[in-house]
Write a protein that binds this ligand. Sequence first.
Ligand code: C2O
Ligand code: CU
Length: 571
Amino acid sequence: MSPNSNSLILYFLACVLFSSFLQDSQAFHHFKFVVKEARYRRLCSSKEILTVNRKFPGPTLYAHRGDTVIVDVINKGSYNITLHWHGVKQPRNPWSDGPEYITQCPIRPGNRFRQKIIFSDEEGTLWWHAHNDFLRSTVHGAIIVYPRRGLPYPFPKPYAEVPIILGEWWKEDAMVVFEDFVRGGGQPKVSDAYTINGRPGDFYPCSKRGKFKLKATYGKSYLLRIINAALDEILFFGIAKHKLTVVGTDASYTKPLTRDFITISPGQTLDCLLFADQKPDHYYMAARPYVSGINVTFNNTTTTGMVKYRGAGLHGRFSSSPPLIPYLPCFNDTSAAVNFSGSLKSLASKDYPVDVPLTVKKRFMSTVSVNTFPCPNKTCDGPNGTRLAASMNNITFVTPSFDVLEAYYYGIRGVFGKNFPDRPPFVFNYTADYLPLELQRSKRGTEVKTIKYNSSVEIILQGTKLVAGIDHPMHLHGYSYYVVGWGLGNFNESKDPMNYNLVDPPRRNTIAVPKNGWTTIRFRADNPGVWLLHCHLERHIIWGMSTVLIVRDGKKPEERILPPPQDMPAC
Ligand code: C2O
Ligand code: CU
């Protein structure tokens, strides 16, 4: 054979292989998300909820590291909607990120929007959710990012994988709860139940409809992909008699951390190994809230699911009856909560190195605070008739009615300002017990922070005790960041940086700034775009605890925002 025919055969083979690969990957990479009301019967009275593809929780999105996935979002429901792919960095592609009036206008009933989900270095569990009003309470689902095809996990392959989505449930329609909350100006109505994979479990008055069951085989290991999709509460979660070994946070691998329980904030995900190494029996898994604020009303109930060993309970007989309940800390146990989150460390191995910025080009500090506004005749539902609000650096973020991204991209003026301050405008003892009432008042505005392409950024987030000190799970779109330090009390500029972990800090997209404490995050601003930074407690983002980072384009073409899609929803 001549060298020519040889290469022809090779070329032919490559084509066949390539096209079969394409077929396989296309099936894997194109999803249809139909947003639609559906009746849900698992909890007490059945009610109509907004769903994707009539599922609650919604469908799981599967991908491999580095894939690009297309999702056609078709709004057949009766509300405006946007969808966000929480924790997916979307390099250069803020167009598909989703937060309403930040990167797009909402998809109106009857309309559709094709979103392109570009995965890069994420590996593990993430999730997607609605990003407007309270709709994410029922419109959410898991995102599972496997390693690249053919590559292993950095831990022994689990026997099976199980998504565990923790949720929060109201008997009323989520939009009714939302509208009452916005109108009243106080706390939102407390939820009626927490759920595990959409089911409340045994401890609610009308929970006959069931609980989530994990059927385990003795001697096997399970990878639990745990997501906190609750609107407003940080949760403790555990399984009776069993330990959980954390191996990943927010789709970045960690050094294994073995604990009796985990703490997980709204927005966060944890990959945990569960070893079925106990007496074959049935055991409760349970979640309940961690609430650090004083005078904050909340739902103090426990949701349960079950781990049931195969072969246990023959003829309905279990050795422990009722099943054992896991030990979970008390609702206000801040030290249990921060001790868990503060113990997490990046894997930082040869195959999974960290790249923490060691020097910082752009540093800023922001308070994260609850505030109040006066209300005509003191008729609002906040403390002393005020209206509750929240802020970063004393600015209560006002969501515009035209999205920031298109305003920035097309140079439309009057939508946002660029004056988000570098420092808190008032310096005071942020975490003092008694603070003058005037400090509670914030300023309303739509101010963003612009950042040069590729600068190394450090943000110090400082909690305050205004109105009520409480943990704030702060989430950044478009990036994962390293949590290099945290502490209780006020951040001390000369001392605290000496204790930063620049070796193996955890990499996350959401971190709870501890009650009356601070947290420092670092990242390299290598993803141009318009990225929301906000508290993931739904009431706090609605009160205005957010700002926007605009990371400018670099010089080279591959350092610029991609062109917008043709079908951006109209404003
Ligand atoms: Cu999970 Cu801005 O969101
Ligand atoms: Cu908050």
